[in-house]
Write a protein that binds this ligand. Structure first.
Ligand code: NAD
Length: 484
């Protein structure tokens, strides 16, 4: 992490560094010190115009447009090498900007993007662009082509900025698309790691463009006439707004949105293992991870035991400076996010919650937007903290009677993104997993598999990222009918 990396004055458009059309700068505030961590251009709509133009030009008229999958794969591997080389510095930028514990950031944000790029480079190499098949009537031949869908607008949130950017950029490059990346203002600094890496390896100009801006710039980008596909991760509210725009424009869009996933603890579960697993599956990144199992469902017979185990886990988490390797939980991203989280804890108290862990700010950390890991018991399934995504370190524990009720409670949510099942009997867990209305479920752990589709049902989104399935949303199919 150097001073230059924390003081960005230019955007990366068309393969070169350019001043933003707006002279304004936005500060990135450290959630642990509440001081300015760095600055980046605020960005403006003219930057969007320039970046989309550069991406269209590269799509139509550059060497990139003429490359096959194997050639693109070589470029992607070069980019992965560059990203990996600066990975630890990028991870520190992420931690400093959003409060993610550095031990998590080094893996998810420092190393993860290179791994995802290499995975899609391998796919680019082996995925055929054209397939010849006999026509259904057996008389002719049809060539089915997978063409790049075009210019992709990648709009990303602050919580896992590097990995979520790469979930979009890697399949887009594999498919032969060009991309305009717009990070969240909270994590504008680390976004330029991709631009640095592209610059360092001489990536074909215009294929990757990194601009900055807030909601207005994002809205202008997704509606831009030069964009062919939108890939968005963020809140359900913003996802709905983007979905409406894309619907009107008939523009393909993938939306990865919020969640309120369930952890179903079965009667036979080993609670020591459950508590260890939930530290990751329910509290990762200070509770600011979309797929977390934040509703813990416990069999009534073992309800008190589960409440105690989860409370003990929450109370044992080491809170502190996100840049300290020993820290397990840092602050939440912003003052307003902490106010929102505290408001939801208060709503829980009013609605009858027994606060069995946390519930306030840690006394020994008076500076920084810290929230104690909090566990709320005895709430009704209709209570506000049971229904709303909190996006902070707050868990609720509810009792259930019988597996049917466990499934009913798990599915009693506006969302359907992740989820976990905790049992000694993996087959029984699998049987139950089939009944949960969600995009992904882990049995005795939760860890994204980049080789399998990820996304949500209901208000958690539309479409899937990752795996070979994630590649298909960056291609457009064309059928060419041959006379014989
Ligand atoms: P947000 O929706 O406010 O912002 C996300 C990004 O979209 C930012 O870059 C923002 O500038 C931009 N944006 C906001 N409104 C826009 C609009 N109308 N048009 C275009 N761009 C717009 O979300 P956030 O607060 O940064 O992120 C937290 C949310 O993201 C949580 O709800 C979380 O669950 C969700 N999330 C989902 C996933 C997933 O894969 N499903 C992953 C991570 C986070």
């Amino acid at each position: 992490m150097t001073a230059n990396e924390r003081e960005r004055t230019q955007l990366f458009i068309g393969g070169s560094w350019r001043a933003s059309s707006s002279s304004e700068m936005t500060s990135v505030i450290s959630p642990s010190t509440e001081q300015i961590f760095g600055v980046a251009p605020s960005g403006g709509t003219a930057d969007v115009d320039a970046a989309v133009d550069a991406a269209r030009e590269a799509l139509r008229n550059s060497a990139w447009a003429r490359m096959d999958g194997a050639q693109r794969a070589q470029w992607m591997r070069r980019l992965a090498d560059e990203l990996e080389a600066i990975g630890d510095r990028t991870a520190a930028l992420v931690s400093g900007s959003n409060g993610m514990p550095i031990s998590v950031a080094k893996v998810a944000e420092g190393k993860g993007p290179a791994t995802t790029l290499r995975y899609y480079a391998d796919l680019a190499e082996v995925t055929a662009t054209e397939e010849r098949r006999a026509s259904a009537n057996g008389k002719r031949t049809t060539v089915v082509r997978r063409e790049p869908i075009g210019v992709v607008a990648a709009v990303v949130p602050w919580n896992f900025p590097q990995s979520l950017t790469m979930f979009k950029v890697a399949p887009a490059l594999a498919a032969g698309c060009t991309v305009v990346v717009k990070p969240a203002p909270e994590t504008a600094l680390d976004a330029f790691a991709l631009a640095d890496a592209a610059d360092a390896c001489g990536f074909p100009p215009g294929v990757l463009n990194v601009i900055t801006g807030g909601r207005d710039v994002g809205a202008y980008l997704v509606a831009h006439p030069g964009v062919d596909k939108v890939a968005f991760t963020g809140s359900t509210a913003a996802g709905r707004a983007i979905g409406e725009v894309c619907g009107r424009l008939l523009r393909p869009v993938t939306l990865e949105l919020g969640g309120k996933s369930a952890a179903i603890v079965l009667d036979d579960a080993d609670l020591v293992q459950v508590a260890r697993g939930l530290s990751w599956a329910s509290l990762l990144n200070n509770g600011q991870t979309c797929y977390l199992s934040t509703r813990i469902l416990a069999p009534r017979r073992r309800y008190d035991e589960v409440v105690d185990a989860v409370a003990e886990l929450a109370s044992s988490m080491r809170l502190g400076d996100p840049l300290d390797p020993a820290t397990q939980m840092g602050p939440v991203v912003s003052r307003s996010q902490r106010e929102r989280v505290e408001g939801l804890i208060e709503a829980g108290r009013r609605e009858g919650a027994r606060v069995v862990a946390g519930g306030g700010r840690p006394e020994r950390l008076p500076v920084g937007w810290y929230v104690e890991p909090t566990v709320l018991a005895d709430l009704k399934p209709q209570a506000t903290p049971v229904r709303e995504e909190i996006f902070g370190p707050v868990l609720v524990v509810l009792p259930y009677d019988g597996l049917d009720e466990a499934v009913r409670l798990a599915n009693d949510s506006e969302y359907g993104l992740g989820g976990t099942i905790w049992t000694r009997d993996v087959e029984q867990g699998l049987e139950l997993a089939r009944r949960v209305e969600t995009g992904s479920v882990g049995i005795n752990f939760f860890d994204l598999d980049i080789g399998a589709p990820f996304g949500g049902v209901k208000s958690s989104g539309i479409g899937r990222e990752l795996g070979p399935e994630g590649l298909s949303s960056y291609t457009s199919l064309k059928s060419i009918y041959l006379p014989t």
